[in-house]
Design a binder for this molecule. Structure first.
Ligand code: SF4
Length: 80
């Protein structure tokens, strides 16, 4: 795309913004340290009881990497 006029410059920038926005995940996972993850339950709560736990893969929707079903983090949210 050749940018020759002020109008084409703004069109170019709008398209670039849309492409960047659509290619960037709205929600990126965080590290275990960020979520204060620990390998043991806390107050009887553990990952296997959490809404964010993916049982098939032992992964979390929020925390990067593998986690233990017996673990816990600060974003624990009990399944209804
Ligand atoms: S307690 Fe934390 S690490 Fe465990 S599944 Fe829930 S959000 Fe993920």
């Amino acid at each position: 795309m050749k940018v020759t006029t002020r109008r084409s410059f703004f069109q170019y920038m709008a398209i670039l913004g849309l492409v960047t926005f659509s290619a960037t995940p709205l929600f990126a996972k965080g590290t275990k340290e960020k979520y204060l993850y620990q390998e043991s339950p806390k107050d009887g709560n553990k990952c296997s009881m959490c809404m964010h736990f993916i049982a098939k893969t032992n992964k979390c929707k929020l925390v990067k990497g593998s986690i233990s079903p017996e673990g816990w983090c600060a974003s624990f949210f009990k399944k209804p």
